[in-house]
Each structure stands twice: as C-alpha cells, then as structure tokens.
Design a protein around this ligand. Structure first.
Ligand SMILES: [Zn+2]
Length: 145
C-alpha cells in the first residue's frame, strides 16, 4: 500500500525496504523489520503490535501528505546531497562508476551528457544525472521537502 512512499524515501537517500509484494504475511514482514532494526510503516490500523518493533501508522491518504507526515513523525530532515544515492528498485547504495567504464553501458544520447554515473551493486542498473533527476528536484521543491 505504501510502495510509492517507499520509493520516494529511497530517492531521498533513506534505507527503506518495501515489503508489499504479494504473499508475504504481516507477521513475516514485521519479523524482518524487527531483525533489521527498521521502523515499520503501515496504513493498516488492525495490524497487531510486536514487542520491540517501532511502528508508525501512516494516516494520510494522499502520497505527498504521507511523505511529509513520515518525515515529520520520524524527525527526518532530507539532505539534498543524499538524493539519488540508493537504487530505487532494490534499496542498495549506488557506487560511482568511472566515465570511461560507464559510457559502454548507457544509451548513446546519455553518453553525450556531461554527468556522473553510478551503478547499483545488486541489480547493476546504471544511474546518471539528467532531466528526470531535475524533475524530481522540482517536485521536492513544490512539496516543500
Ligand atoms: Zn538495484
């Protein structure tokens, strides 16, 4: 239910694991969150409490409100320098890739960009600065984040 929220927390540079895939029980997700020392975010008001696991009930329904709500509740102050430091698919930290090495792995149009390149250590996706990162920053500005 909170997949979009999780993706944006990752874009902001936070270590956010998304457990909303089908077939996982709440209990197993809570167990994982507890084991990994995470805060469990949920919209489900009936989910049972688990000893030793901090939970946060995300009440807002609109995504931007959810994001602002979570940042405030957890006293997080997003740092623009941490933007795009994690893979938004698997939550792994990205590693910088030398330009020469990166050029062989990105589309021709991207090769012309004067930008830095990063790679996810898990899924090997390549990331680079471009128009989508600019749009993301504009959204954050608009949301006051
Ligand atoms: Zn990845």
């Amino acid at each position: 239910m909170l997949g979009k929220l999780a993706r944006w927390l990752i874009i902001l540079g936070y270590d956010a694991a998304y457990g909303g895939e089908k077939g996982r029980s709440d209990a197993s997700l809570q167990e994982q969150a507890k084991r990994e020392g995470r805060i469990f975010l949920t919209r489900d008001t009936r989910i049972p409490r688990v000893a030793g696991l901090r939970m946060l009930l995300v009440r807002p329904t609109r995504f931007e409100d959810q994001l602002r709500y979570v940042l405030k509740a957890l006293e997080l102050k997003p740092d623009r320098k941490k933007l795009f430091t994690r893979c938004s698919y698997c939550n792994e930290s990205l590693a910088s890739v030398p330009r020469d090495e990166a050029l062989a792995q990105v589309p021709p149009l991207v090769q012309e960009l004067q930008t830095e390149f990063w790679r996810c250590g898990a899924c090997k996706r390549m990331y680079w600065g471009g128009t989508h990162t600019q749009r993301t920053i504009e959204k954050l500005d608009r949301w006051g984040i």
